[in-house]
Design a protein around this ligand. Structure first.
Ligand SMILES: [Zn+2]
Ligand SMILES: [Zn+2]
Length: 252
């Protein structure tokens, strides 16, 4: 009982005293099946189907750990607004085994780690100063530490302080992120053939595609992959997703 006085932790999902993520709320971390990021149907290795590629800034693959749902939303809000890296690290304990299994089972990441580079999706400098950390960078650093894949924070910069995507309607997200990033190839070696973008939440994929567009404009030879912690479930009405990226084909 005495030790309890010093235990200030409480579950952010249900406010129960004791731990940041209680067992019950931990069940809301629902692992995602490997699927194509574009049409959101099952695809081995999280690889984008050939039939779903119809523009230059496509991702070769997108690995998502968990579904973004109402409980997860509370955790994410807490990280962003209370500037809590403690909770983010707690989430990483749950997510990292999934990410490491994926990387270790993916040939082009294991064959030659020198050809791969982890690039966290950057924050605008003002937002970074305000928050004190970039959550994507913390995730990327954890992956790098376990896999030995280098991390690069300099080649991709956010040059425009656009509105957070979470505050923008889905149909306007491509426009909101347009021209928000700049890629500078002088910070990466010619050897690099695979860039793994790292982000916390993916919804439409507009941010990742904008980063991809910038990188491919300079280094078309590089394949762009992405790893994210969370993504909301696809909408039941698929047609609604169409205007977002223009690459969602309906396949009955
Ligand atoms: Zn709870
Ligand atoms: Zn597909």
């Amino acid at each position: 009982m005495e030790a309890d006085i010093f235990n200030f932790k409480f579950c952010l999902g249900c406010l129960k005293h004791g731990r940041w993520i209680c067992d019950q709320c931990g069940r809301h971390f629902i692992p995602q099946l490997p699927m194509c990021y574009s049409c959101r149907t099952v695809s081995g290795g999280y690889i984008t189907h050939v039939k779903c590629i119809n523009k230059r800034e496509y991702l070769t693959s997108l690995m998502v750990c968990f579904e973004y749902n109402r409980v997860i939303k509370r955790y994410v809000k807490y990280i962003k607004f209370k500037h809590s890296t403690v909770l983010l690290n707690e989430i990483l304990i749950i997510a990292l085994p999934h990410i490491l299994t994926y990387i270790r089972n993916t040939q082009h990441f294991t064959r030659n780690a020198k050809e791969c580079l982890l690039v966290p999706v950057p924050l605008y400098w003002l937002r970074y100063l305000n928050r004190g950390f970039n959550q994507s960078r913390i995730i990327a650093e954890a992956i790098s530490k376990e896999t030995g894949i280098d991390i690069n924070n300099r080649c991709l910069k956010k040059i425009r302080n656009n509105r957070p995507q979470s505050e923008v309607k889905h149909k306007n997200r491509v426009r909101n992120t347009l021209g928000a990033f700049r890629f500078n190839s002088k910070y990466i070696s010619e050897e690099v053939k695979h860039i793994i973008l790292v982000d916390d939440i993916v919804t439409t994929g507009a941010t990742l595609e904008e980063c991809t567009k910038e990188i491919k404009a300079v280094r078309e030879d590089i394949q762009i992959h992405a790893i994210a912690l969370f993504r909301p479930k696809p909408k039941v009405i698929r047609k609604k997703l169409l205007p977002v990226t223009n690459m969602h084909k309906i396949n009955p």
